[in-house]
Write a protein that binds this ligand. Structure first.
Ligand SMILES: [Zn+2]
Length: 499
């Protein structure tokens, strides 16, 4: 049986119960509890540290306000509730990546709780409950390497220690790998839209973990839970969960007990592997952080953050749908910031243009030009484009004065050189001839020059009709409106619209 078929068969017998945990590096200038700059991904090891994030005795933490605001903004964007006050807790464990021997985190009073995110899937919309979003500090990074004398050593880079990290945890509401992928995609889009993180999975700004278990369909109790880590792309999230569903179903079918364990995803092998077996649940002995005061979130602060929220991706898609765009187009535009900006700008510059035509231009000819240059205007358009020119091109196409093939060239030339589209159309001689009299004169000349083809058409051989239309287009150097040419030829040869 093929892998997808095996999975489909497994999912007929078992229901997958999946919860997703995301760690997101929120965008701040400095670290969570000290004044160190947040290091760029390529910083040399241990160049962004201070006595606070190295946990030297006698140092005290101070709270990064921007990091708190990013989590509150996220909470508002997922419809979560925010408590009037919260506090910090110490999560205790001993590991070389944790200089203090504890991590400052939030335990029973997260900054945001009880939110949700609705995602579109192939089976329709699915709402995934979000239990909580809280703030904590990142750990240092361990690098396992060989020393010059050949011994295996573990090195510690403290650059990442103390970088603000938001943890977002879902309810066990996810039922398939596809839903998990869509959740990760939608959350990434949301975090970027509200400007709290670049959320690049490739450099660890967004880390996704999944808790996966199966239960026989129609039963309530959860099965044995396996935690899956090290998924370094959205696609890896989907593949890893699909693999786990299949692996767990095979084990259950074979009467093999599943272990509660943490597994890593090996992208090259396309399989998960055991990282560690959990004998019992972790006991972190959480207790309130005595070095930080409780954090009061007053209503005015929260109201100001709410007022600053931009239009969220879901609302934007709904607005585009209401303009008459198909769901696919709305999603493509909302997912691509460059295209979204152009769509909005062209609609504003040409309010009478049909939105679907604007979307076609943006995802087609303009989208190609957008991909070909990294240059952007102050308003975020590709190259040296301006919205008025792009609206003009589309207006000419819609009015039948510019062919779509020529429009493509005008857009490409305008984006690169920045010359007004009207000037490009005039100079290139692209103005389309739609005037019936002007087209009629061209057609008359072509018919007079091709008596054999005219006789063929009259004898019912309709291929000759296409030949005559082609000759007329050629005679106009491509400028004639093809539909008007066709109508003129048919009219003169007494062939109606029946082909
Ligand atoms: Zn520091």
């Amino acid at each position: 049986m093929s892998a997808p078929a095996a999975r489909a068969a497994a999912l007929e017998r078992y229901e997958a119960v999946i919860g997703i945990e995301v760690h997101c590096q929120v965008r701040t200038a400095s670290k969570m509890f000290c004044a160190c700059a947040v290091p760029p991904p390529d910083a040399a090891p241990n160049t962004h540290t201070c006595p606070v994030c190295l946990a030297l005795p006698g140092t005290l933490p101070t709270i990064n306000r921007a990091a708190v605001e990013h989590v509150l903004t996220t909470g508002l964007a997922i419809g979560a509730s925010v408590p009037p006050a919260t506090r910090w807790d110490r999560k205790n464990y001993f590991y070389p990546d944790l200089p203090k021997g504890y991590q400052i985190s939030q335990y029973d009073l997260p900054l945001a709780a009880n939110g949700s995110l609705t995602v579109e899937t192939s089976e329709g919309p699915v709402t995934i409950g979000i239990t909580r979003a809280h703030l904590e500090e990142d750990t240092a990074k361990l690098i396992h390497a060989a020393a010059p004398d050949g011994r295996r050593v573990s090195l510690v880079d403290f650059n990442r220690a103390g970088v603000p990290l938001m943890e977002i945890v879902t309810e066990p509401d996810v039922r398939s790998a596809e839903q998990a992928r869509r959740y990760a995609e939608e959350l990434r889009l949301l975090l970027r839209a509200i400007d709290v993180s670049d959320a690049e999975m490739e450099n660890g700004q967004l880390r996704v973990e999944a808790n996966v278990s199966l239960r026989p369909r129609g039963t309530g109790p959860f099965g044995t839970r396996v935690e899956v880590k090290n998924m370094n792309s959205i696609r890896a999230v989907e593949r890893a969960i699909d693999f786990e569903i299949e692996r767990q179903a095979a084990a259950l079918d074979g009467g093999e007990p599943l272990r509660q364990e943490t597994r890593g995803w090996d992208d090259a092998a396309g399989a998960t592997y055991v990282m560690r077996v959990k004998e019992s649940s972790d006991d972190y002995r959480y207790f309130p952080e005595p070095d930080l005061p409780p954090l009061v979130i007053d209503a005015a602060w929260l109201a100001a953050l709410r007022a600053a929220l931009p239009e969220l991706p879901a609302a934007r898609r709904a607005r585009y749908r209401a303009l008459g765009l198909p769901a696919y187009d709305a999603a493509v535009l909302v997912n691509d910031e460059g295209m979204r900006v152009a769509f909005e700008a062209i609609l504003a510059a040409g309010p009478g243009l049909p939105p679907k035509e604007v979307a076609n231009l943006v995802t087609g000819d303009y989208g190609r030009a957008l991909n070909e240059t990294a240059e952007r205007t102050a308003s975020g358009l590709a190259g040296r484009a301006d919205a008025a020119s792009l609206a003009h091109v589309l207006g000419e196409v819609v009015a039948g004065r510019l062919s779509r093939a020529n429009a493509k060239e005008v857009v490409a030339e305008h984006v690169v050189g920045g010359r007004p589209a009207a000037a490009v159309i005039a100079e290139r001689g692209f103005a389309q001839i739609s005037d019936a009299d002007a087209v009629g004169r061209i057609v008359d000349a072509v018919l007079a020059a091709n008596p054999a083809a005219v006789a063929d058409v009259r004898a019912g051989r309709s291929q000759a009709l296409g030949f005559l239309v082609g000759q007329a287009m050629k005679a106009s150097r491509g400028q004639a409106n093809a539909a008007v040419v066709q109508a003129a030829v048919r009219e003169r040869l007494g062939r109606g619209g029946d082909g």
